[in-house]
Design a protein around this ligand. Sequence first.
Ligand code: FES
Length: 652
Amino acid sequence: STDPLVVFTPSGKRGRFPVGTPVLTAARQLGVDLDSVCGGRGICSKCQITPGYGEFSKHGVTVHEGALSDWNAVEQRYDDKRGLTKGRRLGCQATVQMDVVIDVPPESQVHKQVVRKRAEARDITLNPSTRLFYVEVEEPDMHKPTGDLERLCTALSEQWQIENVHADLHILQTMQPILRKGGWKVTCAVNLGDNENPPMIMQIWPGFHEGTVYGLAVDLGSTTIAAHLCDLGTGEVVASSGVMNPQIRFGEDLMSRVSYSMMNKGGAAEMTAAVREGMNTLFSNIATDAGVDKALIVDAVFVCNPVMHHLLLGIDPFELGQAPFALATSDSIRLDARELDLDLHPSARVYLLPCIAGHVGADAAAVALSEAPDKSEDLVLVVDVGTNAEILLGNREKVLACSSPTGPAFEGAQISAGQRAAPGAIEKVEIDPVTKEPRFRVIGCDLWSDDPAFAEATAATGITGICGSGIIEAIAEMRIAGVLDASGLIGSSAQAGTDRCIPEGRTNSYLLHDASATGGPRITVTNPDIRAIQMAKAALYSGARLLMDKFGVDNVDRVVLAGAFGAHISPKHAMVLGMIPDAPLDKVTSAGNAAGTGARIALINSAARAEIEETVRRIHKVETAVEPRFQEHFVNASAIPNSVEPFPILNS
Ligand code: FES
C-alpha cells in the first residue's frame, strides 16, 4: 500500500507521507511556505490551512471526508478561546489520513505577498530581517553547568535550526527573570543575520508573545526626511511622517552644503549632528503617532543621495564636490543604529542601499528596486524628478543610469510667484486656445477658478503662488494656446490676441491671476520663469536623451515619473514642454515616491537587499558632465518642446 498523497495549493507542491504526519511537517518537508511561530505547539494559530474535499481532476486526486484526522483537543481549545474560521484547521494538529489537497491561505504564508496598489508594480514578498520564534528552553541543572543563554541558543538551534545566535548585553541583563516568568517558555525576536552578521536575539518575552516588531523605511532627502513605520510581521505601513531636513539652515541645495563643509571647520560634523537629531525627532513622532514603543523598532533602511549618505554616516562630502566625484564607498552598508546615534531598539540594525555612482545615489538604487527596469520586458525610462533628476533607462538586457542637475525650479524656487506644493498653490492650469483666458485649480480645493463657488472655497487658504506642477502646466498651456513661441518668448498682447500679455522690461509676462485691486496677489508667468523651467527641463530631457543614445534607441516604450513631484506632473504637459521624450500618453505613469517604496521593499524583504546590490553592480553609469553630446542635447532641448527632436506621437 502506498502512503497518502498530499497536494498543497497554491504552490502545487506534492508528496507522499505516512498516515499520521502533521500537515505542518509535510509542508516543511516539501518546502511549502506555511507559517509557524510556536513550532507546532498549537499556540500561535499561524499555521491555519483549509483542506479541500471532492474531486480535484487537475491534481488527479479525489479527497474524501476523513482525509485529515479529526478535530483534536488542541484545536478545540483554540477554537473555544479564540475562534477558528469555519473550514480552517491548525496545520500542526491535523494529520494526514488519506489523499488530500490542502490550501495555504495568504495569511498563513511566511513569505506572503504585500500587495502594491499600482497595476504595473510588483508585489513585495514579506521576508523581514527579524521574526518571532517561540521556544521551550531546558531548565538549569546543577549537574550540567551551562548558562541560560546557551540553553536558549540550543533551543533556537534545535527547534528552529537557527545556528550561531548572538545576544547583546541588554539581553543578558534582562533574560533571566523572563525565562523564569515564562516557565522556560519564551518568545524571541531574532534578527536572522546576513552574510556579514550572525543571527542576533533582539528581544525576549515570557511565554507566547502575540505582539510584533517594527522597522523604518527612511527616505533621507536634502529637503525633507520621510519615514514609513512598518510592522515586520505583516509588512504593512502603520504610520508615515516627514520633517524638513534640519540641514537646510546650512544650505538649500546639496552643493551649498558641500561648500559649507569646505568653508567651515567642523561644518560636516555639524550637519551630521543636525540630520541625526532631526531623524530622532521624526522617529519619536512617528512612534508616538502609531502608539508604538520606539524600543521595538529593530531595523531601519535608508535611501539617500550621495551627499546625504556621507553626511549621515559622518563622512566629509568634500570629494563629492569636485570631479571625479569619488564616493567613500559605493557599497551597501550594514551597521548598528547606535553608531549613528539613533535612538531605537538598543541593538537595532541599519541598512543603507548601495550608491550607483558619485552623482547617482542610493535613492536611485531604491528607485531601481521599486520600479525594476532590469526585470522589464519593454524599454522603460524612469525619471525621479527633484533638484537632481535621477534617470534610469533599461530592460532585462541592461540598465543605464545618470543624474542630471535640474536645479530647484521644479520645486517652485527661482520662479517669481513660485512656492512649494502646499494649500493655496496653483497646481493645475488650462488656457483657452481661442480666448487665451486661463482657469486654474489650487491645492486643497477641487473647484476650477471659473466656478462661482471658487472664491468662497479658497477663502481660507487664499491663492498664494504657483508650485512646480502648476508652472509646468501654465507654460505648456501657454505654448499650446500660442501665447508663447518655441524659443520660450511670450508674445505681446497684440500678437497673442489677449490683454493678458503685459510688458515687463524688455519682455512680456502672462497674467494668470490678479486680485491686486482687492489687496490680493498678482500672479504672472514671467520670461525669467520660463527661462528657469527651460533650463531645468532641458537638463532632464538631455539626461534621458543621452541614455537613449547610449542604448541606441530613439524611442522608449514607457515612461515612469517618480518622486513626490513626479506624482503631480501631468504627462501631457510634461511632454508638450519637452521634459520627457515622446511616448504614448497612456504609457506615461506616475510611481509616487519610488525611492521611499524601494526603502520599504528592502526593509520588509531582506532578500531584496542582495538583489539590489547585484542589480546595482550591473547598472551602467553614464556621467553627464563629461559627455559632449549632453551639451548638444541640452541646447536643442531648451526649445519647447525641442528644436530638433520631433514629437510625432504627441502631435498625433
Ligand atoms: Fe503554532 Fe500551529 S504552528 S498553532
